[in-house]
Design a protein around this ligand. Sequence first.
Ligand SMILES: Cc1cc2nc3c(=O)[nH]c(=O)nc-3n(C[C@H](O)[C@H](O)[C@H](O)COP(=O)(O)OP(=O)(O)OC[C@H]3O[C@@H](n4cnc5c(N)ncnc54)[C@H](O)[C@@H]3O)c2cc1C
Length: 581
Amino acid sequence: MNEKVQERTRAEEAETSRASSFAKPLFLGEIHEDLIIPYPRLDKAEREKVQQLSDAAREFTDAHYDPRQAEENGWIGDDVIAGLGERGLLGLYIPPQYGGQGLSQTGYSLVFEELGCIDPTLSVVLGVHQSIGMKGIYLFGTEEQKERFLPDLVAGRKLAAFALTEPQAGSDAYHIRSRAVLQQDGSYRLFGEKRYIGNGSKDVLTTFARTDEGAHVALILEKGMEGLEVGRSYPTMGLKANDLRHLTFNDIRVPPENVLGQEGDGFHIAVEVLNNGRLSLGAGSIGSVKKLLRLAVDHTLTREQFGRPLAEFGLVEDKIGWAVSYLYGLQSMAYLATGLVDAGMPDYSLESAMVKVAGTDFLWHAANRVFQLAGGSAYITDQPYEKILRDIRIFPIFEGANDVLRVFIALSGLKPLVDELSDLQEIDLSQPIHSLGVLADYVSGRLRREVRPDRLSRVHPDLQPLADPISDQVQRLRAASERLLRQHGKGIQDEQRQLKRLAHAAMDIFAQAATVSRASDVLTRGLSTAPFEEQYIAETFCTRAARRVERCLDQIAENDDERMHRIARAAYAHRGYRHTI
Ligand SMILES: Cc1cc2nc3c(=O)[nH]c(=O)nc-3n(C[C@H](O)[C@H](O)[C@H](O)COP(=O)(O)OP(=O)(O)OC[C@H]3O[C@@H](n4cnc5c(N)ncnc54)[C@H](O)[C@@H]3O)c2cc1C
């Protein structure tokens, strides 16, 4: 395409289309207020349905599910799965025509919040089944495939798994080595190995392989297929009831009717599925933090030391206040993201990565702090703390390791800026980040835009002082992004420390915008029983988040990155720390 045509296409896109993402344009210095105000809300009928499903999950698990027993058994229990299936909890977003509940992404995430509150293992097993296991069939399956697989999966007669990770391909899932060889009759012969697969010995597995020409294919495997070898169950630190398996594909014949999408679609399917999964993982984290907060408050109010309840000490209040205010911000951000998905925003890859990173990191820190508040008793296994800590430690690692997602957030945010700065056109960000494997797909898509004011102008007047600083931050984010691109050109993909700062700044800007939008709705529509408390918490979250943004952007200019680089390289050279007293 010649330059003029490129220019025209860009201008036309800018004029004619709505923004396809809220988070990406932040890197361009744009705030698309129309996407986030008013804050999205579920309709009454779906709210009631979510409540009824959450209550059913709570009542059933209270009576029939013992997390410690499940750990000992190494499996959550077939009777538990059947009971949850009967109550509609295994097909939450699947349309009623296949027996599901037809929930929106927001409704689905709200139920997952409750599951995360009940038990992290339970939420992971159900998440593997629904968020990633059957999602590919739901999103990309033919009508015949949906009718064949979904009703059994929804009812709990069968469980689903998602088998992507291999011994040589974890974060870099683009480079999987499993081989699919096309046969004359349209079937594939499948060879290879997968590791760490949740629900791995169960019934219906979506898996991924490459042809000899390098094309990715997505395939549906079924329990009992000849050549499908289910290996040992991994002995894990937590999530012990999650049937984590090694799988070997010894020349499995996968019939044409079990091919998902077309040859070449496999990687896109994996990325789309994970995008979705990340949102509910973030929501599940909200539920687990709520539970931790309840435990911490109960404990610190009743335990006395130095003649006073622990709750009265300033350093205890600090931990509780931090957790409540950050939780408010995270919740605002997560349900803004799901609301945007429900409203049909086409590209939510950045928002879902942000919710996953923020939610799972926060959950880990919250679990650690609450563990500290419980003192020595937290270490004893008849208390709930150590199991939560063990279970959730994997959250920042799976479904995209958080550091990998940070780099992804920044590089995909920078991509539209490269498109805009015509003098930087020689930088191709789609290739370098291909090495980020499973995440790369999305970066090549051009952002659809519309010209927007860079200000939140439609918020409740009491919240304008929180909204105004967001404009300055967005401008600074754009300036810093542009400076880094001009400074490093193609080399930007190797500047991970700087990319992390951009990603964190963008995440905290997104979180502030979400919090202001939500609190504004609360004040305007009288939706809360404690509006002033909410406003106070929102102010606290936004003030802290704004400070973090300033700090990150300041550090782009002034940091000790070079020192970290040199010290790490010296440690590599000497195989660790070599300095004695
Ligand atoms: C309990 C459990 C359940 C799981 N369930 C499933 C499942 O159901 N299906 C499935 O397919 N897989 C599953 N996995 C696998 C999981 O998704 C992978 O472990 C994860 O993707 C990380 O891959 P890896 O372990 O190979 O780590 P690696 O890719 O080797 O990464 C290790 C660490 O290196 C760092 N790192 C890697 N790349 C970069 C980079 N580009 N820049 C900076 N830092 C980087 C990160 O800190 C990362 O955490 C599960 C794993 C566990 C333990």
